[in-house]
Design a protein around this ligand. Structure first.
Ligand code: CA
Ligand code: CA
Length: 186
């Protein structure tokens, strides 16, 4: 006799801390939003405050227990946010599936997934490597070389998008060991 056998274990996520939130009122498969090869899901909790949508990633072992992202209706000025969910369609053609979120406020919000940029390496070199502020003159200078490498997570290998990397170099001359450091965002 043919057919499919379903099996289950303990609930993947606990609703104990979300009493009366409506957590699980709406559930949707949203595709592989982080392009790691595993399908992801969204869970609505429309009565948790203004309503929230929990995004869960999955893995070879199943759903990860902690949400990767929690989106609140307060960020969008909505109540009962997460009352309905529909996902898996790539509305804007960027190779990432997007998510439609409904509410009882007669409004639907399209949440668009964006490519993920991973900074792989950062090299940082200062020449000369040691600087004595006491000996600096108006003509003193140092050379700072910063190099970044990155990859772009996308489902379509042909998808490419130029990025703008913003970073800050900070010279900390008042510390006992004067130094130059950097930070960045994109
Ligand atoms: Ca995934
Ligand atoms: Ca998309």
């Amino acid at each position: 006799m043919g057919g499919r056998t379903w099996w289950w274990g303990p609930p993947t996520t606990s609703s104990a801390s979300r009493s009366s939130s409506g957590f699980g009122f709406a559930v949707a498969s949203i595709g592989d939003i982080n392009q790691d090869g595993f399908q992801d899901i969204a869970v609505g909790a429309p009565f948790e405050g203004p309503g929230k949508v929990y995004i869960y990633h999955s893995s070879a072992g199943g759903l990860l227990p902690q949400p990767r992202q929690v989106i609140s209706g307060s960020e969008l000025g909505l109540q009962t946010f997460g009352y309905a969910l529909s996902g898996g369609l790539d509305v804007d053609g960027n190779s990432y599936p997007d998510l439609l979120v409904g509410s009882l406020a007669e409004r639907v919000v399209l949440l668009r997934a964006r490519p993920v940029i991973n900074i792989l390496n950062k090299t940082f070199a200062v020449t000369p490597s040691k600087v004595d502020p006491a000996r600096c003159t108006p003509d003193s200078c140092i050379t700072v070389t910063v190099c970044f490498s990155y990859n772009q997570s996308a489902g379509d290998p042909a998808y490419r998008e130029n990025i703008t990397l913003q970073y800050t170099l900070e010279a900390d001359r008042d510390r006992h060991a004067p130094r130059v450091r950097s930070c960045c965002c994109w």
